[in-house]
Design a protein around this ligand. Structure first.
Ligand SMILES: Nc1ncnc2c1ncn2[C@@H]1O[C@H](COP(=O)(O)OP(=O)(O)O)[C@@H](O)[C@H]1O
Ligand SMILES: [Mg+2]
Length: 248
């Protein structure tokens, strides 16, 4: 059997007395779209933080593209081709969309002395191409802070694609977005997967979205893996239903 692009095996993460992830095992095959669901506080974001190297884990192993990464730092892991987005958007409101895109390429940023340094033409071209891809080309010279919240999410997604990730981890990409824009975003996520070859691992609260997007879904509850399987099975799984009902 070939190894998945990403494997977290028996990952445990404790904050003080809180076991945020308890022996969690997940696998994301290359080329797939995999979902991660679970009630608030079930440990989804913590798992992403562990995977991207934001904090050390207390037990377990995390492998990406054939190598152990659980002791690497965020920047080292990013260089291997793993990029994440955040639950709260992280854009620079006082910069234009194109400028936000330009500074999201790490090597461009490292070479920068000031915000006003010139970027290579190909960086700008790529930025505009990806803004077109997410439907923001007409707004490319607007300040990011003037975009609607949903458009800011699209911008953040485009910024993540600037790095040509092999694996993109998205933390609640549709949270706070209106239903029309959600459909557009879902379509873009699928196209990034199918056309740009980006493997996706997606935390999502919207069941309709996850059922539509993912081929395989993991469900966490109280830091533990509660269930996993194809979306149709997970939707009808009594343990999953109870976990969500119990959380309200
Ligand atoms: N940096 C941290 N310090 C202390 N506790 C944390 C930290 N991050 C998360 N937690 C705790 O870990 C648990 C899981 O949180 P989180 O992973 O954010 O859940 P989710 O993303 O599923 O809503 C919660 O009890 C939360 O309070
Ligand atoms: Mg979270």
């Amino acid at each position: 059997m070939t190894e998945s692009l990403l494997t977290a095996d028996g990952v445990t993460k404790v904050f003080g007395g809180v076991v945020a992830n308890d022996n969690v095992t997940v696998a994301v095959p290359a080329g797939a779209i995999v979902g991660l669901i679970g009630p608030n506080g079930s440990g989804k974001t913590t798992l992403f933080n562990s995977i991207v190297g934001h904090h050390p884990i207390d037990a377990g192993s995390i492998r990406f593209a054939g190598r152990e990464i659980s002791r690497l730092r965020v920047a080292e892991i990013a260089r291997l081709g793993m990029v994440r987005t955040f639950q709260q958007t992280r854009i620079y409101g006082k910069m234009t969309c194109v400028q936000n895109m330009q500074i999201s390429v790490p090597h461009a940023r490292e070479g920068l002395r000031t915000m006003f340094s010139r970027f290579p033409a190909e960086v700008t071209e790529k930025a505009e191409g990806l803004l077109e891809f997410v439907g923001l080309y007409a707004k490319r010279h607007l300040l990011a802070g003037d975009l609607s919240f949903g458009q800011q999410k699209l911008l953040e997604f485009a910024m993540a694609l600037m790095n040509e990730p092999r694996l993109l981890l998205l933390d609640e990409p549709t949270a706070g977005i209106n239903p029309t824009l959600i459909n557009g975003l879902m379509d873009r996520l699928k196209r990034a997967n199918a056309e740009l070859g980006v493997t996706l691992f997606v935390i999502e609260h919207n069941m309709r979205v996850i059922m539509n997007l993912a081929q395989h879904v993991y469900c966490l509850a109280h830091g533990q893996l509660l269930a996993e399987g194809p979306p149709d099975e997970i939707r009808g799984d009594q343990r999953v239903i109870d976990a969500y009902l119990g959380a309200h």
